[in-house]
Design a protein around this ligand. Structure first.
Ligand code: ATP
Ligand code: PAF
Ligand code: BAL
Length: 280
């Protein structure tokens, strides 16, 4: 497994893979890898001949009041996991290689960035879109693999690649969960034992609300009951919403002309949990 820490060596390595006729899959991550990330690597292996995983904790997508400095890092562990998953190349640039002094260009996506995580984390999607655009251009992969766990991010990146005519396919991978239903996330390690025991309630509440809406219940009532149930279990919900799956536009009634998604963010102690489920 090759490890590249500067752009010239990444370009040389990816050019050699392409010259050998290999199709490349890119898996963008921020490290602290778990089985959710490894499912993306496995999907990349299925979709292409060689997998490039990037590990870069992107300062541009964190707000000043967020957890950049305590974001979990585990380079040794990550590299061991990627070797076992038969990743071919790891791209782990230092911040100065990604944003050299004088960098002055950002990518601003409208549409699916509006609302939800876009409201809760101002500037977050500008940082995500900018780094993903750079990663796509740096690696020139054929496909990029993203988890459905970050549903809004998946829609934002898909929109950006389409709008900028970047020749890359976006491959979504279903959310990987713990046995009790909690979506795997690097930040779960910060849950206290008590909060870890409560955390799966988020999926249970969302699944119930999605089933009620699918069965024809009033949307506002189903969402209201869900929010109350979360509060009763000690969550501080940021939002629980029914949205159009691709645009993230809020829905007050079931739609009949396309897919819907239930999206939620809720805090438990210091940890903000994200999840989403289909409504059908
Ligand atoms: N449980 C999961 N199932 C599927 N994909 C996942 C899962 N968790 C993360 N991913 C995907 O892995 C990629 C990198 O995510 P990231 O490195 O932020 O991991 P994370 O565990 O989501 O961390 P965070 O705690 O920041 O949310 C994203 O495409 C994300 O959607
Ligand atoms: C896509 C990503 C790697 C961009 O920094 C990040 O937002 C993430 O880990 O989901
Ligand atoms: N998983 C999305 C990256 C972030 O929380 O910043």
């Amino acid at each position: 497994m090759l490890i590249c820490r500067d752009l010239p060596s990444l370009r040389t390595a990816t050019a050699a893979l392409r010259a050998a006729g290999k199709r490349l899959a890119l898996v963008p991550t921020m490290g602290a890898l778990h089985d959710g990330h490894l499912a993306l690597v496995a999907a990349g292996r299925q979709a292409a001949d060689a997998v490039v995983t990037s590990i870069f904790v992107n300062p541009l997508q964190f707000n000043p009041n967020e957890d950049l400095s305590r974001y979990p890092r585990d380079e040794e562990g990550d590299l061991a996991k990627l070797r076992s998953a038969r990743c071919d190349l790891v791209w782990m640039p230092p911040v100065e290689a990604m944003y050299p002094p004088g960098s002055a260009t950002v990518i601003e996506v409208a549409g699916p960035t509006h609302g939800w995580e876009g409201d809760a984390r101002p500037g977050h999607f500008r940082g995500v879109a900018t780094v993903c655009c750079k990663l796509f251009l740096q690696c020139q992969a054929d496909v990029a693999v993203f988890g459905e766990k970050d549903w809004q991010q998946l829609q934002v990146v898909t929109r950006m690649a389409t709008d900028l005519d970047i020749p890359i396919g976006i491959l979504p991978v279903a959310t990987v969960r713990e046995a009790d239903g909690l979506a795997m996330s690097s930040r779960n390690r910060f849950l206290s034992p008590e909060d870890r025991a409560t955390a799966p309630v988020l999926l249970r509440v969302m699944t119930q609300a999605a089933a009620a809406i699918a069965a024809g219940s009033d949307v506002a009532a189903a969402l209201g009951e869900g929010v109350q149930a979360l509060r009763d279990h000690g969550f501080a919900p940021d939002y629980l919403a029914l949205v159009e799956a691709e645009t993230l536009k809020s829905l007050t009634a079931r739609r009949v002309d396309g897919p819907m998604r239930l999206v939620a963010a809720a805090r438990l102690g210091t940890v903000r949990l994200l999840d989403n489920v289909p409504v059908d």
